[in-house]
Design a protein around this ligand. Sequence first.
Ligand SMILES: C[S@@+](CC[C@H](N)C(=O)[O-])C[C@H]1O[C@@H](n2cnc3c(N)ncnc32)[C@H](O)[C@@H]1O
Length: 433
Amino acid sequence: MRKNRGRTGRKRRRKQFINQSHKLEYIQLRKWLKERGFDDRNLRPAQFSDTGRGLMTTKTFQAGELIISLPEKCLLTTGTVLSSYLGENIAKWKPPISPLIALCTFLIAEKYAGEQSVWKPYLDVLPKTYKCPVCLEQEVVRLLPEPLRRKAQEQRTVVQELYTSSKTFFSSLQSLFTENVETVFNYDALKWAWCTINTRTVYMKHSQRECFSREPDVFALAPYLDLLNHSPNVQVKAAFNEQTRCYEIRTDSHCRRHEELFISYGPHDNQKLLLEYGFVAINNPQSAVYVSADVLLKYLFSADKQRNMKLSILKDHNLLENLTFGRDGPSWRLLTALKLLCLGADEFTYWKKVLLGDIISARNEERSLNIAAKICFSLIEETQHILHQISQMKKDKVNLENQLALVEVLCLEDLTILQTSAEILYNLHTAIT
Ligand SMILES: C[S@@+](CC[C@H](N)C(=O)[O-])C[C@H]1O[C@@H](n2cnc3c(N)ncnc32)[C@H](O)[C@@H]1O
């Protein structure tokens, strides 16, 4: 069938969106930004069917063009915090707090200030909740694949410890608040501030200040600019321009009028995107399914006399981590680890050649491809099992619908990768037998 290349066809293929710029919160935000020297006419907030809220273009952007230039006055940095009513308390506090906790404190305090906050127009458009793992229910975290599940638990611990270790500093701010500081700076408030910073800041290096601990001071919240969503298929140049004193982003891609304008948050796979930003990108070319060392070892022959030596070689060469299946099949690292593990007793002396990528024997190639296929099939089964669990839970736990939907998308993406890998493995196997 011929593809419809007419106007209607083109229109139908376009993404659905609803312009949001008429909404009071965005009108107020734009007014606030205008007072600080930012008056953009090329981008509009919009709600997109697939990516949620983002920025839509009102003109075509050419590759290399400046898409946004946000004056320093609009940025929220540790400089903003230090020059605020919190500055004196932070400067006095020993041991010094981290730049991150300074920003969290400011966000929580300003949100509490409500109408009184000069940052209100910005705070009003910030998400009320997040979907980073620290915000997910434990029963949802348990459904995540490894190593994401482990990293999700680590993230929870990091935020909990940050809260515990900051409590005495928060108490020192009591004179600034009428309400009990324990109520203002509660765990949920810190989690919200932490996620705001983790998911929305741009990188901006600030010089080390005595009043802060040695942790890097590299964050800036950039109102409006932080409405830009991520696409794994674009590249951008983003930095603070010392001459113009603006935070600027240039895109390397062409973007047509009335489409969503994307930036890149970095070359992240879906596990990293979910961990750091609480979302998953469909058809992410960077994405991969991880094979843990435990899974790999399940397929090691227990009678293999060289088993321990093989394991220590893999460990020494950092080949027990980052073993993956991608859209182009098993990774070089996974196949190399398998080839080494599959060396026969008579082939073991060639282990260095395996690490260099040489073919040792047809037998070794076949064995390693067989095991790769077994692992791939077991991961397919595991992912299908999780998807089944998710569909059950969706019926029983309606309140977890959004969180479950996120894990479901991740699993579906993983399943596509694994099925593609299984096909590639089949073809490779057929080619050598
Ligand atoms: C810097 S903000 C971008 C604007 C955000 N969508 C909003 O409404 O405020 C980063 C957050 O946007 C969301 N996001 C970014 N890119 C996305 C995408 N391609 N698909 C879905 N959500 C995305 C994630 O929730 C992420 O934590």
